[in-house]
Design a protein around this ligand. Structure first.
Ligand SMILES: NC(=O)c1ccc[n+]([C@@H]2O[C@H](COP(=O)([O-])OP(=O)(O)OC[C@H]3O[C@@H](n4cnc5c(N)ncnc54)[C@H](O)[C@@H]3O)[C@@H](O)[C@H]2O)c1
Length: 93
């Protein structure tokens, strides 16, 4: 299973990524860097700069990068969204 961490370059996301990596998980990070920092993520971890709301980019990550990595087609994708409350706030505007 690969884990996509959105907002992974931020405060909580980067700590989450570090802990997941320590546990040997396969991780991909998506962050638009509006607040986060690329340097917060180990250079060896696949990183995409873009919005979690970009459906085309998400599809690209899921169907190309993740399937070409250690995931089998039957693998589950666990989406850990550190910006979930941000999204809820946006949807109320
Ligand atoms: N820091 C805390 O103590 C704390 C406590 C409770 C809840 N939270 C909540 O956890 C979430 C993360 O907090 P944080 O302190 O890590 O914030 P942060 O700003 O450090 O991290 C958020 C990350 O999400 C990225 N981001 C924002 N919008 C994005 C989008 N549309 N697509 C992709 N990436 C996007 C930013 O660039 C940033 O790297 C927030 O919703 C916050 O309200 C934080």
């Amino acid at each position: 299973m690969a884990i996509l961490v959105t907002g992974g370059a931020g405060y909580i996301g980067s700590v989450t990524v570090e802990r997941l990596a320590t546990n040997g998980e396969s991780i991909v990070v998506l962050d638009d860097l509006s607040y986060g920092h690329r340097e917060a993520i180990d250079a060896g971890i696949p990183f995409y700069q873009g919005s979690a709301g970009d459906r085309n980019l998400l599809a690209d990550i899921v169907f190309t990068s993740l399937s070409c990595a250690r995931c089998s087609p039957s693998s589950l994708l666990l989406l850990f969204d550190s910006a979930i409350s941000f999204g809820f706030n946006q949807s109320r505007v």
